[in-house]
Design a protein around this ligand. Structure first.
Ligand SMILES: NC(=O)c1ccc[n+]([C@@H]2O[C@H](COP(=O)([O-])OP(=O)(O)OC[C@H]3O[C@@H](n4cnc5c(N)ncnc54)[C@H](O)[C@@H]3O)[C@@H](O)[C@H]2O)c1
Ligand SMILES: [Zn+2]
Ligand SMILES: [Zn+2]
Length: 363
């Protein structure tokens, strides 16, 4: 029997989101039905709403979630009903050319549920990032539901499922930050602040937060940025050079999704430095660089898809670090809200009032 539950959908490009009844099937082979306990509102959900990802409306929003497994398909062995899980938008298939070459963190055929969730009239929904968790229940591939220590509160644990992992991984994995590095993070929102935490965890000596919003810079300091730069007031490339003996940072992380910021991050590197692009651009954005600068500066330009994470490896580890008091994740939760408040949460996100608004469903 399909489950009729409330979910937050984006029906038409640019229109406010709606709460409506959606139909969630019972899990078939390889699938898991999850009762969502908490789901963060991520900037990527806003990208879906405004049509910056694709035009496959209606979208079922939400993808930063934790919950309890309610039921699993007959062949599912790795999780069982009652397990506390964080949902991942990467579930490596083991079969694609990337997995077969030993690089499952890039998996090109990541698994999702095969049955669609639908509106009550049967219209199939496109779940955000193959999850769709701004709903009291969701259907995912069993491999997307990662079992973690249930001592962690759902509203904190769920954030590991997207923004926090994307930022931590952008520093630790894609950027390869190591002991003694200088790291500059452009955009100190949820993803950028997680990159600051990731840089610290990896041993960076200097972590420079760059933003145009003074409140965000204050929060970046709370997360451990050693220096901050208001790039609405001064050229961040110059300021970063000043802080690094005239050279630039070893690793720069773009966590905004804007070509001007990408250029700043490109030029703020030291020779042979790495630029990590974590911000998601819209399809019309272009970047133009002098080829001689690309060559002459050396190093690497690397997009970070989900921080190159392996959820089965990283989620339980990060939750354990959090429970040991070694990873300050509670600070990301700016407010706890209901499903009705998602549109307002987008407004607050755009106004820079929050790091994460988290919808709490089944506390
Ligand atoms: N790569 C991934 O796997 C991944 C995962 C999740 C989110 N994202 C993307 O990361 C980006 C950030 O997401 P978020 O949830 O942290 O968003 P957010 O809205 O919380 O943060 C964005 C920050 O950028 C700042 N900003 C805006 N314009 C700026 C500028 N010109 N210079 C410097 N700072 C500026 C804002 O003040 C804000 O603090 C988004 O594009 C999102 O889609 C990527
Ligand atoms: Zn694969
Ligand atoms: Zn996200």
């Amino acid at each position: 029997m399909p489950h009729e539950v409330k979910g937050v959908i984006s029906r038409t490009k640019g229109e406010p989101v709606e709460i409506t009844t959606i139909s969630v099937p019972d899990p078939g082979p390889g699938e898991a039905l999850v009762a969502v306990q908490a789901c963060g509102v991520c900037h990527t959900d806003l990208h879906y709403k405004v049509g910056a990802i694709n035009d496959d409306y209606p979208f079922l929003l939400g993808h930063e979630a934790a919950g309890r497994v309610e039921a699993v398909g007959e062949d599912v062995t790795e999780i069982e009903p009652g397990d506390f899980v964080v949902l991942a938008w990467r579930a490596p298939c083991g079969e694609c050319r990337s997995c077969k070459r030993g690089r499952p963190w890039y998996c090109f055929e990541s698994a999702n549920a095969t049955q669609p969730m639908t509106l009550s009239d049967g219209t199939p929904l496109s779940p955000a990032l193959g999850i769709g968790a701004l709903a009291s229940k969701t259907l995912v591939a069993a491999g997307q539901a990662i079992k973690v220590n249930p001592d962690a509160p759902p509203e904190t644990a769920g954030l590991i499922g997207c923004g926090v992992m994307a930022g931590l991984g952008a520093a630790m994995y894609t950027g390869g930050v190591t002991r003694g590095d200088t790291v500059a993070v452009f955009g100190c929102g949820g993803v950028g602040d997680a990159a600051i935490l990731g840089a610290k965890l990896a041993g960076a000596a200097k972590v420079i937060g760059v933003d145009i919003d003074p409140t965000k810079l204050k929060w970046a300091e709370d997360f451990g940025a050693t220096h901050t730069i208001d790039s609405s007031k001064r050229d961040p490339v110059e300021a970063i050079r000043e802080l690094t003996g005239g050279f630039g940072a070893d690793v720069t992380i773009e966590a905004v999704g804007h070509p001007d910021v990408m250029k700043q991050a490109f030029f703020a590197r030291d020779l042979a430095g790495t630029l990590v692009q974590a911000g998601v651009p819209n399809p019309t954005m272009m970047i133009e660089l002098p080829m001689i600068e690309f060559y002459g500066r050396g190093g690497a330009l690397k997009p970070a898809w989900y921080g190159d994470c392996l959820p089965t490896r990283d989620f339980p580890m990060l939750i354990d670090l959090y429970l040991q008091g070694r990873l300050d994740l509670d600070r990301f939760v700016s407010e706890r809200i209901g499903l009705d408040d998602v549109e307002d949460a987008f407004r607050k996100m755009e106004a820079g009032e929050v790091l994460r608004s988290v919808v709490v469903l089944h506390p």
